[in-house]
Write a protein that binds this ligand. Sequence first.
Ligand code: NDP
Ligand code: GDR
Length: 326
Amino acid sequence: MSRTALITGITGQDGAYLAKLLLEKGYSVHGVVRRSSHSEVHDHRLRWIGVENDVQLHEGNLTDLSGLIRTVRDVKPDEVYNLAAQSFVKSSWQQPILTGQVTAIGVTNVLEAVRLEAPEARFYQASSSEMFGLIQEAQQSEKTPFYPRSPYAVAKLYGHWITVNYRESFGMHASSGILFNHESPLRGLEFVTRKVTDAAARIKLGLAPYVELGNLEAKRDWGHARDYVKAMWLMLQQSTPDDYVVATGKMFTVRELCRLAFSAVDLNYEDYVRVAEAHMRPAEVDVLLGDPKKASEQLGWTPETTFEQMIEEMVQADLARHKRNL
Ligand code: NDP
Ligand code: GDR
């Protein structure tokens, strides 16, 4: 019998890749979308990935419990993936209260809607490596203590623990994926990988003279979103719910990212990258490196795309996009 999934944040990067994966597995896929005055912004990623006509969208907001209850009641999901969030770390200092309302309390709203209307449904929470922040161990695993460094990370920590708490309090099948950075051609332009691949493409085509960045020495463990949504699905296929770190176990600096992206268009990044104070953060997360051993051993999950392949794919996608618009 076909299973039904409900995805909050279906219009985001991960939502698009997850919707595609679940449709390929025969699920009936539903998503929660925010109302906007621009109807075309709803589904540009779903269109890019080719599933816009195969998913059913329901208006709703993570801050509106009654709407979430109605949606869960109507959809009767077997699996709920809570991907919606104010997800940009830098914006969380500018909008700390909104970030708390959506990224923290919003998780409780979704959990409550599920507990009331579909208590048997399996629940996935999009936790984040940002919760490790000022790292307490050189390589971070499920056992590493957290030390959040931004209003976003503080909010994600609440979302993480409320998920654990609903599992322990109500016996819900609620799992939390502590995902390290993952990117793709569908990444938002404000995040550093996509900002750099898009800039490399525009500079190559003569559409921009340079790009301004912040901390070039920050190190991240970057994987591909296409690989990471598979780990989300695998978590909900386990007989018992649990928490898993999802990462590649390799890290690169922002500077190395720049070198790779610009060399993909035969340019030297040093000629085009400028550092601007405006892109620095009040409190930086200097380095993140995940230990994906548990996900590998218990879920049988391994990343398939290397960092180099992913950056090449993103640069080529940005080149193609800008050439179409020339
Ligand atoms: P995106 O920013 O691409 O997508 C966020 C989604 O949340 C969008 O669909 C957005 O809708 C939706 N959303 C935002 N606010 C609300 C709201 N108030 N009510 C309903 N929907 C809302 O994020 P990603 O796809 O990259 O990430 C998915 C999740 O995983 C997020 O929770 C993120 O914090 C978390 N995460 C991401 C990682 C990464 O590296 N990508 C790593 C670890 C965790 P709209 O399209 O209308 O803006
Ligand atoms: P991050 O991703 O904050 O790790 O959160 P982002 O790509 O924004 O930053 C990564 C690192 O690059 C440095 N950096 C810059 N970042 C941006 N955005 N723009 C710049 O110009 C720039 N220059 C340097 C940053 O300082 C940082 O150190 C992402 C989000 O997807 C979160 O939702 C998610 O939880 C985490 O990844 C894991």
